[in-house]
Design a protein around this ligand. Structure first.
Ligand SMILES: [Zn+2]
Length: 130
């Protein structure tokens, strides 16, 4: 009866717990992407021939919401991939553990507090861990 051993990763819950949480978020986000995309296409179809000036503000807002929902879905997707690869909960830059408190609030987090600082945003560099 040693099957609980692998779950003893400090203060973090085990992989199955995170997988369940991430899959739930993934489904929610997928649904949001679907809803926003449908809403956008409906709105675009209802307002044809909007040539000059481009899409109206309502349509633009929908487009932005749909694209940020897609990004959020991709983030969750990547977190699931990190979980499968055994890299979940570690900073992608310095490999330091990401605090459990932060992960519970945002399981998609990829950087520790230090690396996620404002100067780091959008740099998109990855530590080449061999
Ligand atoms: Zn870091």
């Amino acid at each position: 009866m040693k099957q609980l051993e692998s779950q003893a990763t400090g203060s973090l819950p085990g992989v199955p717990w995170w997988r369940a949480l991430l899959e739930e978020r993934w489904r929610d986000r997928l649904q949001l992407v679907t809803e926003l995309s449908l809403e956008y296409h409906d709105a675009a179809a209802a307002a044809p021939g909007q040539g000059v000036g481009g899409p109206g503000p309502a349509l633009r807002r929908l487009m932005q919401e749909a694209s940020s929902a897609r990004r959020a879905l991709a983030d969750t997707d990547e977190a699931l991939a990190r979980l499968a690869a055994g890299r979940f909960g570690r900073c992608e830059s310095c490999t330091a553990p990401i605090p459990a408190r932060k992960l519970r609030a945002e399981p998609e987090a990829r950087y520790c507090a230090r690396c996620a600082g404002p100067a780091f945003a959008g740099v998109g560099q990855y530590a080449a861990v061999g």
